[in-house]
Design a protein around this ligand. Structure first.
Ligand SMILES: NC(=O)c1ccc[n+]([C@@H]2O[C@H](COP(=O)([O-])OP(=O)(O)OC[C@H]3O[C@@H](n4cnc5c(N)ncnc54)[C@H](O)[C@@H]3O)[C@@H](O)[C@H]2O)c1
Length: 458
């Protein structure tokens, strides 16, 4: 079968896999190939056990895989064949040298740019899907054109706004698709080609175009604003706990103001995920680089409050459990950074598990989708850790339950049954404020939500 267009995506991760699956699903006339340096990841994409869990993803992949969606490791070969190349490799926080702990580590991204230059034998449109510091496209253009060949590369920025857990819905019905390009005739023509791809399923008014630097910066700013809302409400949750105000009531009152809106105003143990912290630190680093220290410290505060909130949670556990946790059995319900994903990157549960290990507890970890990732993460702890998917079994003989992730299954558990099987006094720390606290208290639990008065029998 001949296809109208050959699209390649380099990087088969949480973004590359689902995004390309959606393009293939919506555009049967295009051939879509996803490549990666990790052969185990590619093998998983070609199996029934996909490397990531995302509601609805498996069904879509199954429909199009082998028809117009392909996964392989022949990076060089595929670069030659493609006319449009998305780059969605990882851009983690740098862990070494200048900018360590703050700046984006662009080594994977740069290797990809060099590989494209090395292999390409015809003109290509290169699309930055990864989240990158503003002005990265300039560096990409310089690398791509540094061999003075006659091949033309047009670099576009098309940041991805999907959220894990709702990626398929976000890809199918995006709030907006942003495409940044150079404002030259060539840049605008490349941009229009990408617009045509999205027009296969995204309404025209939702596809917005901008200059390339605005596009790169918008993604960082978008994540910074989302995380800022979480840190803002979490900072107020600490004040609520001191004053007997209730954060849910405060959020509701504040969020009903149309200018503010109600989303992202739930107090919790803090945000996680691979993006928020890394992107804010990246923004902070950029501001510092441009000499904007006040702006940098303003945004740094968002990350600092997030760290504070997690530490505060552990200190509350310690305080309410008689200032010692040593030898106590604590069951963490949930380990992924949010519901409906198996991803644990930067999950608050990691920090809390490790802090509890310092207090010498015995840990039980339960999660519907993230147990394997949790095992990999916690394998070096020098305390007893068990991994039990069934929440009832996970809570047997526990002194305390701590809810880490807002999985809906945890709302609907039979807490009377759980209470009977626990050590007494039984404690529950609801790190997501998802449970019926009054009912739990009536059952006999000592209940400690976030930003609300605690309910204790002691
Ligand atoms: N995860 C999200 O929710 C999300 C949302 C929006 C944007 N982003 C951004 O998208 C980018 C990718 O994120 P992700 O979560 O998909 O990362 P990921 O780590 O899940 O996937 C990246 C993949 O790139 C591969 N890779 C690295 N170097 C390569 C190379 N030289 N050639 C081929 N493959 C290579 C890795 O093996 C990995 O499989 C990041 O910049 C991230 O900030 C992520």
């Amino acid at each position: 079968m001949s296809f109208k267009k050959s699209i390649l995506c380099i990087g088969a991760g949480y973004v590359g896999g689902p995004t390309m699956a959606m393009i293939a699903y919506k555009c049967p006339q295009y051939k879509v190939t996803v490549v990666d340096i990790s052969s185990s990841r590619i093998d998983a994409w070609n199996s029934d056990n996909l490397p990531i869990y995302e509601p609805g993803l498996y069904e879509i992949v199954k429909t199009v895989r082998g028809k117009n969606l392909f996964f392989n490791v022949d990076i060089e070969e595929e670069i030659i064949k493609a006319d449009t190349i998305f780059v969605s490799v990882n851009t983690p926080t740098k862990t070494f040298g200048t900018g360590a702990g703050m700046a984006a580590d662009l080594q994977y991204w740069e290797k990809t740019a060099r590989k494209i230059r090395e292999c390409a034998t015809s003109n290509k449109i290169i699309i930055e899907k990864s989240t990158l510091p503003v002005k990265t496209a300039l560096a990409m253009e310089r690398i791509l054109t540094s061999q003075n060949s006659s091949i033309r590369f047009d670099v576009l920025s098309n940041p991805e706004f999907l959220a894990e857990g709702t990626a398929i819905k976000d890809l199918e019905f995006p709030d907006r698709v942003l495409i940044g390009s150079r404002e030259t005739p060539e840049g605008i023509s490349a941009r229009d080609e990408l617009v045509q791809i999205y027009l296969n399923w995204v309404p025209k008014q939702k596809i917005i175009t901008s200059n390339i630097w605005s596009s790169e910066l918008s993604k960082l700013v978008s994540n910074a604003f989302l995380a800022q809302r979480i840190s803002s409400i979490n900072s107020i949750s600490a004040l609520c706990e001191k004053t007997e105000a209730d954060i849910t009531e405060v959020s509701k009152a504040v969020g009903m103001d149309m200018r503010i809106g109600s989303k992202f105003l739930n107090a919790s143990i803090g945000f996680g995920g691979s993006c928020f912290k890394k992107d804010i630190l990246n923004l902070v680093y950029l501001c510092e680089q441009y000499g904007l220290s006040e702006v940098a410290s303003y945004w740094h505060g968002v990350v600092k409050i997030n760290e504070y909130q997690k530490e505060r949670f552990v200190l509350n556990m310690l305080k309410y459990m008689f200032n010692t946790l040593a030898g106590k059995k604590i069951s963490l319900l949930g380990f992924s950074f949010k519901a409906d994903t198996g991803d644990i990157r930067e999950s608050p549960a990691i920090f809390i598990a490790k802090r509890l290990a310092e207090e010498k507890v015995e840990l039980v970890i339960s999660d519907p989708k993230a147990l394997q990732n949790a095992k990999n993460e916690l394998c070096n702890l020098d305390i007893t850790v068990s991994f039990i998917e069934d929440p009832y079994e996970a809570c047997i003989n526990s002194d305390a339950i701590a809810v880490m992730t807002e999985w809906s299954v945890y709302r609907a558990l039979d807490y009377e049954k759980i209470y009977k099987d626990m050590a007494k006094p039984a404690f529950i720390f609801d790190g997501r404020n998802i449970l019926d606290h009054k009912k739990l208290f009536e059952i006999g639990f000592n209940v400690f939500p976030i930003g609300k008065p605690s309910m204790s029998h002691l």
